[in-house]
Design a protein around this ligand. Structure first.
Ligand SMILES: [Zn+2]
Length: 203
């Protein structure tokens, strides 16, 4: 794991990638300057990184540490994701994704939720499957053209959290396609996930 030890008088830091990300073993500082903080260690007068992450300098305690970067996994087909509905069009909605298979993702992902067929064909009653601001759990069904295509057309998928359009309180009860506001009695239409109404909201 130890790389060629360049000595203190050579270039002090290996962290010159523009995003400030350190690799294990990278030189972070000379130990006269900084103490090793989290995920860093001191050896032969140098503070080095123990793992991959972003370098943080604490200038109060003169400590240098590495904040591990979560592996920025990309959604794959059949993964499930949870996010917030940002904009709803006639047949699709943009969803900002915060969880990938139940694990928080720090990468900025957006998906396109396909609502075709859910909003009703011509002549059929149109349904409001999702509204802007809803929390939705979706299945990834296609990655065509680099777009994360999502569907909520299965029982476990759908809205897991929503606010009342009338009074703004969280909707706490619902079944299948209807959620009722305990506060004002307003009934909202959504395509609800099977576990809608359980608290805390599951990603
Ligand atoms: Zn209400």
């Amino acid at each position: 794991m130890d790389r060629i030890d360049g000595g203190v008088d050579q270039e002090v830091t290996d962290v010159r990638r523009k995003d400030g990300v350190a690799m294990p073993g990278d030189k972070l500082a000379v130990s006269e300057e900084f103490l090793p903080g989290a995920n860093a260690y001191e050896k032969s007068g140098l503070v080095r990184a123990l793992r991959v992450g972003t370098v943080h300098k604490d200038l109060v305690n003169m400590e240098i540490s590495v904040k591990p970067s979560s592996q920025p996994a990309s959604p794959k087909i059949d993964d499930w994701v949870t996010g917030q509905v940002e904009a709803v069009q006639a047949n699709s909605a943009n969803v900002h994704l915060y969880f990938l298979n139940g694990v928080p993702t720090h990468k900025d992902f957006s998906g396109m939720l396909n609502l075709r067929g859910m909003t009703g064909a011509r002549g059929a009653r149109r349904m409001t499957p999702v509204k802007s601001g809803d929390i939705v759990r979706c299945r990834v069904y296609s990655l065509t053209n680099g777009i994360i295509h999502l569907t909520i057309d299965e029982p476990d998928m759908g809205v897991t959290g929503a606010l009342c359009g009338n009074c703004g309180r969280p909707l706490l009860r619902g079944n299948a396609t209807r959620a009722k506001c305990d506060e004002c009695g307003n009934v909202e239409e959504r395509k609800l996930a099977r576990d809608f109404g359980t608290a805390p909201i599951q990603p």
